[in-house]
Design a protein around this ligand. Structure first.
Ligand code: MG
Length: 382
């Protein structure tokens, strides 16, 4: 079996209305999908995260990775991973677009392997066989506090036992005081039994995050996500020791080397690998082994990625050790005026799995389990 073709599809899709979160308004969704086809006619699909310029990731796939992959046996996944990584590692490129491009290729290789075996991808991973997978509702976006409390209560009425809430307001939006008030209002509206996670998207410095964490202690918060920017590892370590709310991070990290500092310095409690960034399943499972060794939990990130990454993450969640919960992105996203949507999430010929009682069933078809609707995707190709 040999790889015959590697095709990258850079995508951009404008949402009907922008979503507002700590980094600012988010209105265009991006992704780069990768197809890897073999000489016996099988095709695997993967996704590279792209937050801007998906053409850059596509160029890395086309110019850097595809020449190395063509003619090779797609089943030698770890070997191909190392060779892709080695191309620029010693020139300093062990993060960023190279790892994101590799993530899409690696996911496509695992999809191919599972399709060849005629089994769901999570079974090919030979992991925990977790089905269904526990999930939390993501998320209550920034708007007025009363509205946020109503949104949170509505999620619990839909059966979610865990919800994530956006914080990290700018001073103009009321800053830390409004963040704390919104958490208080939400805890009151959902009651004591619902798990509440908070996501600041790196909005604070360490001192502010410590003040925040101390004020949040009465509200029984499951985790505080990205309290400081992803490159401020010392900041994480300070926040981790300066207050009692557990910390979560990792959606912005690359490869196991990227996570190594966070783990060795005991800077976080919950690891949040993004399958389209960390280096696909190969890297995510290595992180799983590290989480196991260090007694940390894994709650994989999905966020504003396209549907292929959401689906791949579900298979990862079913397989990885020390799994905690899967980020289920509600299809309707709250915006400043009404709801909006991620046009790149539902890009399959069948619907994405729907959660019931806070858990998701794994699709049982071969590979990722759903087929990409390329006609629909074509409309977003740039
Ligand atoms: Mg986040």
């Amino acid at each position: 079996m040999k790889i015959e073709r590697v095709v990258a599809h850079p995508l951009a899709a404008r949402a009907p209305k922008p979503v507002s979160f700590a980094i600012g308004d988010y209105s265009t969704f991006y992704a780069t999908l990768v197809e890897v086809t073999t000489d016996d006619g099988l095709t695997g699909v993967g996704e590279c995260i792209a937050r801007k310029a998906p053409q850059v990731t596509a160029a890395v796939v086309d110019e850097l990775l595809a020449p190395l992959l063509l003619g090779r046996d797609p089943r030698d996944i770890a070997g191909l991973w190392e060779q892709m990584f080695a191309q620029l590692r010693r020139w300093g490129h062990s993060r960023g677009f190279v790892l994101e491009a590799m993530s899409g290729v690696d996911t496509a290789l695992w999809d191919l392997l599972a399709r060849g075996a005629g089994e769901p991808l999570y079974r090919s991973l030979r992991g925990a066989g977790r089905d269904p997978v526990a999930c939390y509702a993501s998320k209550v976006y920034l708007t007025d506090i009363k509205r946020m409390a109503t949104e949170a209560a509505a999620m619990t009425r839909r059966g979610f036992r865990a919800i994530k809430v956006q914080i990290g307001r700018t001073e103009a939006l009321g800053g830390l005081r409004a963040d704390v008030e919104s958490v208080r209002a939400i805890r009151e509206s959902v009651g004591p039994e619902v798990a509440i996670m908070l996501d600041a998207n790196g909005a604070y410095d360490a001192a502010t995050a410590i003040r925040l964490g101390r004020q949040l202690e009465p509200f029984d918060i499951t985790w505080l996500e990205e309290p400081v920017p992803p490159d401020d590892i010392s900041g994480y370590a300070l926040v981790r020791r300066g207050q009692a709310v557990p910390l979560a991070a990792g959606e912005s990290e690359f490869g196991v080397f990227g996570f190594r500092d966070l783990i060795e310095r005991r800077a976080v409690d919950v690891l949040q690998p993004e399958i389209g960034r960390i280096g696909g399943f190969t890297a995510a499972l290595r992180l799983g082994a590290l989480a196991y060794a260090y007694n940390l939990r894994i709650a994989p990130h999905t966020g504003f990625s396209a549907g292929v990454a959401h689906l791949a993450t579900l298979h990862l969640a079913a397989a990885v050790p020390n799994f905690m919960t899967y980020e289920y992105m509600l299809p309707e996203l709250l915006s400043a005026d009404g709801y909006t949507e991620n046009p790149l999430r539902d890009i399959f010929t069948a619907p994405f799995p729907e959660p019931r009682e806070g858990a998701l069933d794994l699709p049982q078809g071969p590979g990722l389990g759903l087929e990409v609707d390329w006609k629909r995707v074509g409309a977003f190709e740039v």
